[in-house]
Design a protein around this ligand. Structure first.
Ligand code: MN
Length: 339
């Protein structure tokens, strides 16, 4: 039985006792890792190593180029490196389900004693023996920051840079609604400790675009449709566009944010045709519609304002279904307001 752990005090001490008690740790995060995924796992890697633990990190997907400025990125190993390795404790970060670390990895990488789950997704499942799930936290990196603070050990320079990058990424550079005064206070402290230049971190993460990616963007934007009195915006990316521009599915990431920026748009969606003929979906909302619920109708998940799912259907059919579903959600949310 899967339960949500959304209330009560986070059990830092239970988790810190596990850190004290055991010696060998493995860390992992979700497929297609983003800034928070890589940032939080490298921060925890640094912390655990500093307190004398043996730590390995295994991810299904390689570290994206733009995160290779983070200290320790090259210690991250792939699923093939697991072989017969069994850590005493496995910590899964930023993944709302265990399968999100990749099915083969979730079957191979098994802890001897404890499975720990650290996450901030609203749809997070309590799949661990210990679950530190804080939907109010801006990011998994923020949770890791608080965890280290509770251990009362100084945060090192490398760790500070990783944590800052994770928080910066998941708050959309301190623009999203999950940004609070506390987020800024934590960020300020991390900049002080880490002695890095925030503008350089930004440039490393966001301003490394290959020309091909912009060419793809121009192809995808040509498919833009704005419906429902300008409230729903959608685009699609096809395998043909990827071939033509010499890009892959990863390059589609982030395009949805561009169309969400259109004035008056409440729900933005981007669908991509995958090689297996299924469709990958990214959803964004300005707040009235909870897109994590919308995504959950298609076995996806995420946050109220940013979510995703996979639909086993032709991308155009999937797009039509999604726009209709978004319409229904918008009608429901507007009736809520007029009641
Ligand atoms: Mn995150």
């Amino acid at each position: 039985m899967k339960t949500l752990h959304t209330t009560g005090m986070p059990n830092y001490s239970t988790l810190l006792a596990v850190f004290d008690r055991y010696h060998s740790f493995a860390l992992s995060t979700h497929i297609n890792p983003d800034g928070d995924a890589i940032g939080s796992e490298l921060a925890l890697y640094t912390f655990l190593s500093e307190i004398g633990k043996s730590v390995k990190v295994f991810n299904t997907d390689a570290v994206p180029k733009n995160y290779k400025f983070l200290p320790g990125w090259d210690i991250i190993e792939g699923v093939n490196a697991v072989e017969t390795y069994r850590p005493e404790v496995l910590v899964v970060l930023d993944a709302s389900t265990l399968e999100r670390i990749g099915k083969p990895l979730s079957k191979t990488l098994l802890p001897i004693h404890k499975l720990v789950n650290i996450d901030h997704h609203a749809t997070a499942e309590a799949f661990g023996d210990i679950n530190l799930i804080m939907p109010a936290a801006s990011s998994t990196s923020e949770i890791v920051y608080k965890l280290i603070k509770h251990y009362q050990t100084p945060i090192g320079k490398a760790c500070a840079l990783c944590l800052y990058t994770g928080i910066m990424f998941d708050t959309g550079c301190f623009r999203y609604s999950n940004t609070t005064p506390e987020t800024h206070q934590i960020a300020a402290e991390l900049i002080e400790i880490g002695e890095f230049a925030p503008d350089e971190v930004y440039r490393n993460v966001y301003e490394q675009l290959p020309v091909a990616k912009l060419r793809l963007l121009s192809e995808v934007l040509r498919t833009l449709q704005v419906t429902n009195n300008g409230k729903i915006a959608s685009v699609y990316a096809t395998q043909e566009m990827l071939r033509k521009t010499g890009t892959n599915a990863d390059a589609v990431e982030g395009i949805v944010n561009q169309i969400q920026a259109i004035a008056g748009v409440e729900v933005a969606l981007c669908v991509s045709e995958m090689t297996d003929r299924s469709t990958k979906v990214s959803l964004r909302s300005q707040g009235h519609v909870d897109v994590s619920q919308l995504a959950a109708e298609f076995e996806g998940g995420g946050h109220a304002r940013a979510a995703g799912c996979r639909i086993v259907d032709h991308y155009l059919t999937a797009l039509t279904t999604l726009v209709q579903t978004a319409q229904r959600y918008m009608e429901q949310s507007s009736s809520k307001y007029t009641d």
